[in-house]
Design a protein around this ligand. Structure first.
Ligand SMILES: Cc1cc2nc3c(=O)[nH]c(=O)nc-3n(C[C@H](O)[C@H](O)[C@H](O)COP(=O)(O)O)c2cc1C
Ligand code: SF4
Length: 340
């Protein structure tokens, strides 16, 4: 876990990834507040190999929740640039990626585009879809220009891209719905647009559900095919997650690890990371030795931004108890359990 790894052209100093974690602290216009810099300084000081910042909306209509930061307008960029320079200035080895997202039906906007033809949102037209694809591309270019080492497409957790992937939400009758080749088209076109905007050497990652269980609109067999196509298309890393990603109760550490292994079998040398309920260095090492190139954690780094250093010094188990109280932090994401 403590040796360097590669994601495309990017050298990551160790195998720990901080999975994207929304900070819930942005201003109403999507700009970040000063507390973001301290949060990211702590993670860089803690020697996290790759820090994936909380999801950023790529067009105003795609803002997924209040206090989410954006990467749309020029006024968004100053604060984001300062996050990047804070991380690089604190630890020149740590890498930072921008996670790009569109909330789809979960967007705050009343104009939320949707894949659904019916009650919620409105059915996206071809022009809407084209504009989403282009917006992912221009957001990625902005991210590259302000110094992010990589971008990650958010294709998990029920937001727009995963809404297209699941037949439970995607009931379109046109070339964007139905067969898997149609459902995946949005994701592949977003990837190609980002690639054409940022060039062949810029690291592009994707976070994707291992399946949409228990909904059965995107079974693991489909996740295996989609990730294989992404790997063939040149994606630089795949981070495997799933629905109900922030579980509070789980019998087994690492609730997506079995399906992540099936995915790894499909994608060959393309680096894979897995996230979800991993807490002990024993399990982390085991999965790493078995098949995973990287291991991703979210909540444990809220509680202990210096967890990598602690693991390296012999700590066995993260302190995070997966209670999810951090979602109620008043100003910016913090571990409320720790403060009690
Ligand atoms: C407060 C909070 C915010 C999150 N925000 C994001 C996000 O912006 N993007 C994302 O892909 N996942 C997000 N997640 C999910 C995490 O990245 C991760 O997939 C999930 O928490 C499971 O990992 P863990 O058990 O290590 O926390 C968030 C999780 C938490 C707790
Ligand atoms: S509030 Fe609970 S889930 Fe959140 S970081 Fe703290 S212990 Fe973990």
């Amino acid at each position: 876990m403590f040796t360097p790894g590669r994601i495309g052209t990017m050298k990551v100093p160790n195998r720990f990834i901080r999975s994207a974690t929304a900070e819930f602290g942005a201003n109403p216009d999507g700009t970040v507040i000063d507390e973001y810099y301290e949060l990211y300084k702590d993670l860089a000081r803690g020697k996290v190999g790759l820090i994936i910042q909380g999801h950023l909306y790529i067009m105003d209509e795609g803002k997924a929740h209040e206090k989410m930061a954006g990467i749309v307008h020029d006024y968004h960029l100053k604060g984001l640039k300062q996050i990047v320079s804070t991380i690089h200035g604190t630890n020149s080895d740590s890498k930072v990626a921008a996670q790009l997202n569109h909330g789809g039906i979960h967007s705050v906007s009343k104009k939320a585009p949707s894949v659904l033809d019916g009650k919620e949102g409105y059915m996206m037209t071809e022009d809407d879809i084209e504009s989403v694809i282009k917006s992912f591309g221009s957001a990625a270019l902005k991210a590259k220009q302000i110094g992010y080492d990589a971008v990650q497409i958010h294709a998990a957790h029920g937001y727009l891209v995963s809404q297209f992937l699941s037949s439970k939400s995607n009931q379109r009758q046109d070339s964007w719905g139905g067969r898997l080749e149609n459902k995946v088209k949005l994701l592949l076109e977003i990837y190609r647009e980002i690639r054409s905007q940022t060039g062949s050497n810029y690291p592009v990652l994707v976070k994707i559900n291992n399946s949409d269980e228990p909904r059965e609109g995107f079974p693991v067999e489909e996740a295996c095919k989609v990730t294989r196509w992404l790997a063939d298309a040149g994606i630089n890393a795949i981070e495997v997650s799933g629905n109900q990603s922030t579980r509070t109760k789980f019998e087994e550490e690492g609730y997506f690890t079995k399906n992540a292994k099936r995915i790894k079998e499909q994608i060959g040398d393309t680096p894979l990371s897995v996230v979800g309920g991993l807490r002990s260095i024993h399990t982390i090492q085991k999965i790493r030795q078995d098949y995973a190139d990287f291991i991703s954690l979210s909540r444990p780094f809220i509680r202990e931004p210096d967890l990598v250093k602690k693991f390296q010094k012999g700590k066995k188990q993260a302190d995070c108890i997966s209670c999810n109280k951090c979602f109620s932090a008043p100003k910016i994401i913090t571990c409320l359990e720790k403060e009690e």
